[in-house]
Design a protein around this ligand. Structure first.
Ligand code: NAD
Length: 402
C-alpha cells in the first residue's frame, strides 16, 4: 500500500511539474512514533503513530488494533489521510496509528489497559490542536471513550476534542456511524448527475456488508431506489438475485449475527465471495478491504463504474487497467471521505461546546461531498485526467502550498 500511495503522489506531482525536492517533501512523514506497550500481565505489543502532514491543520487519523499493523501500513494510511482531508477542504492534516494486536484475544480489562497505555505513551504528541485520533479497524467508541478519559487525566483537557468517534453521551456526534456510507451514496449520486445518469435504473454489487457497506446499501435503498442491489458479500460468501435484494432484510439478518453463506430467501442464490467481482452489474461498490481487485481478477470486472468505499481496494495495476478500459472509478479519498468529514464536525462541535441535531450534521456532510465531487469532476474534465488523478492533484496543490 505504501508503494501504491507513493506512486500516486509521484505521478500526480509529475503532472504538476513539481521538482524532486517538493515531491520528497510530500512523501516524507513529519513524525513516526514507534513504541512498545507492556501490559501488567507481561503481554507485549508493538505500537505506532505516524504523523504525515499538519500543513492544513491538526493531524487527523484513526487507530487500528490488528495483528497486521506495521510501520509501512501506518505510513501509507497517514499519507492517504492527508490527501483525503486536503481534497475535501478540511482544516486538518493526516496521521494514522495502531497496535499490532488481535483484540479478540484480549479480555475487556486488557483492552482498556492497552488503550489507556497507548494514550499515555503518546500524550505529548496528540491533543485537540496537535493530533486528533479516531476509531479505525477493531476500535470503536468504547475504546475511544477510555482514551479520552486517559487524555483528560494527563492533560486536564475537558473539551473532549482530543479524539473523535466518541459515544454520543460522551461528546460524540450524531450520524457518525452512518457517515461513511452516507457520504458514498452522495458522492455516487453527484458523479452520476455530472455524467447525465441521475435517473437511470442501474444495478450494483456490493463487496463487504460491514459498517460502511451496510449503511451505503440502506441509505441507497431509501434515497436512490433506482439503484438495484443484485449482489452482496461478506467474508463468508455472496448472495445474488437478478430480481434485486432488500438491503434491510440483509441488514436484519447480519444484525442477528448471521453469515451470508447461511442466508436463505426464495429467488436468491449463494455464490462465493470472489464471484461477486465478475457479476454483470453497472456499478461495483468495494467496501471490504484493500487490494480486493488486482492483476489476478481485474479481467473479471464487467461493471462500468467502480466505487472505492474501502481504502485502496484497487491496486495500481487494476486501477490502471480498468481506467484504460474506460471504467469510471470514484476514488477512495473522495468516496469514503464522509467519515472524516463528520469526525471533523465532531471536533468542531466539541471545540465550540455545541451539540448539533443529526439533520444539521447530514446537511453539512452533503455540502462537503457535493463540492468535492464537483471540484474533482471539473478538474478531471478540464485536465483530461481520471477522477483519481484529479483528486490527488487537488490535494497536492493544497498540501504543497508554501
Ligand atoms: P467492517 O469490518 O465493519 O466491514 C468489513 C466487511 O467486509 C465485513 O462485512 C467483512 O465480512 C467483509 N469482508 C472482509 N473480507 C471480505 C472479502 N474477502 N470479501 C467480501 N467481504 C469481505 O469495516 P468497515 O468499517 O465497514 O470498513 C470497510 C472498509 O472501509 C475498510 O477498508 C476501511 O478502512 C474503510 N473505511 C472505513 C471508514 C469507516 O468510517 N468505518 C471510513 C473510511 C474508510
Amino acid at each position: 500500500m505504501i508503494e501504491t500511495t507513493h506512486s500516486l503522489i509521484k505521478r500526480a506531482s509529475s503532472k504538476l511539474g513539481y521538482n524532486e525536492k517538493t515531491v520528497q517533501a510530500l512523501l516524507k512523514t513529519d513524525a513516526e512514533h514507534v513504541f512498545e506497550i507492556k501490559l501488567k500481565n507481561g503481554k507485549n505489543f508493538k505500537a505506532y503513530r505516524v504523523q504525515h502532514s499538519n500543513k492544513l491543520g491538526p493531524y487527523k487519523g484513526g487507530i487500528r488494533f490488528h495483528p497486521k499493523v506495521d510501520l509501512d501500513e501506518a505510513r501509507a494510511l497517514a499519507t492517504l489521510m492527508s490527501l483525503k482531508t486536503a481534497v475535501v477542504g478540511l482544516p486538518m492534516g493526516g496521521s494514522k496509528g495502531g497496535v499490532a494486536v488481535d483484540p479478540k484475544l484480549l479480555s475487556d480489562a486488557e483492552l482498556e489497559e492497552l488503550s489507556r497505555a497507548y494514550v499515555r505513551a503518546l500524550a505529548r504528541h496528540i491533543g485537540p490542536d496537535k493530533d486528533v485520533p479516531a476509531p479505525d479497524v477493531n476500535t470503536d467508541s468504547k475504546v475511544i471513550d477510555w482514551m479520552v478519559d486517559e487524555y483528560f487525566k494527563i492533560s486536564g483537557d475537558s473539551t473532549k476534542a482530543s479524539f473523535t468517534g466518541k459515544s454520543v453521551k460522551n461528546g460524540g456526534i450524531l450520524g457518525r456511524e452512518e457517515a461513511t456510507g452516507r457520504g458514498g451514496v452522495i458522492a455516487l449520486r453527484e458523479l452520476l448527475k455530472h455524467l447525465g445518469k441521475s435517473d437511470k435504473a442501474l444495478t450494483y454489487a456490493l463487496q463487504g456488508f460491514g459498517n460502511v457497506g451496510s449503511f451505503f446499501a440502506l441509505i441507497a435503498q431509501e434515497e436512490q431506489p433506482q439503484w438495484k442491489l443484485l449482489c452482496v458479500s461478506d467474508s463468508s460468501a455472496a448472495v445474488y438475485s437478478d430480481q434485486g435484494l432488500s438491503a434491510k432484510k440483509i441488514n436484519d439478518f447480519k444484525l442477528q449475527g448471521g453469515k451470508l453463506s447461511d442466508y436463505e430467501e426464495t429467488g436468491t442464490q449463494i455464490i462465493s465471495s470472489e464471484e461477486l467481482i465478475g457479476r454483470d452489474v453497472d456499478i461495483l461498490v468495494l467496501a471490504a478491504l484493500g487490494d480486493a481487485v488486482t492483476a489476478k481478477n481485474m479481467n473479471e470486472v464487467k461493471s462500468r463504474y467502480v466505487v472505492e468505499m474501502a481504502n485502496g481496494p484497487l491496486d495500481e495495476a487494476a486501477n490502471d487497467f480498468l481506467t484504460k478500459k474506460g471504467l469510471v472509478i470514484l476514488p477512495d479519498i473522495v468516496a469514503n471521505a464522509g467519515g472524516v468529514i463528520v469526525s471533523y464536525l465532531e471536533w468542531l462541535q466539541n471545540k465550540t461546546a455545541r451539540h448539533w441535531p443529526e439533520a444539521k450534521v447530514n446537511s453539512q456532510l452533503e455540502k462537503y461531498m457535493i463540492k468535492t465531487v464537483d471540484d474533482v469532476y471539473k478538474t478531471a474534465i478540464s485536465r483530461k485526467l481520471s477522477l483519481k488523478e484529479a483528486a490527488v492533484i487537488i490535494a497536492l496543490k493544497r498540501l504543497a502550498q508554501e
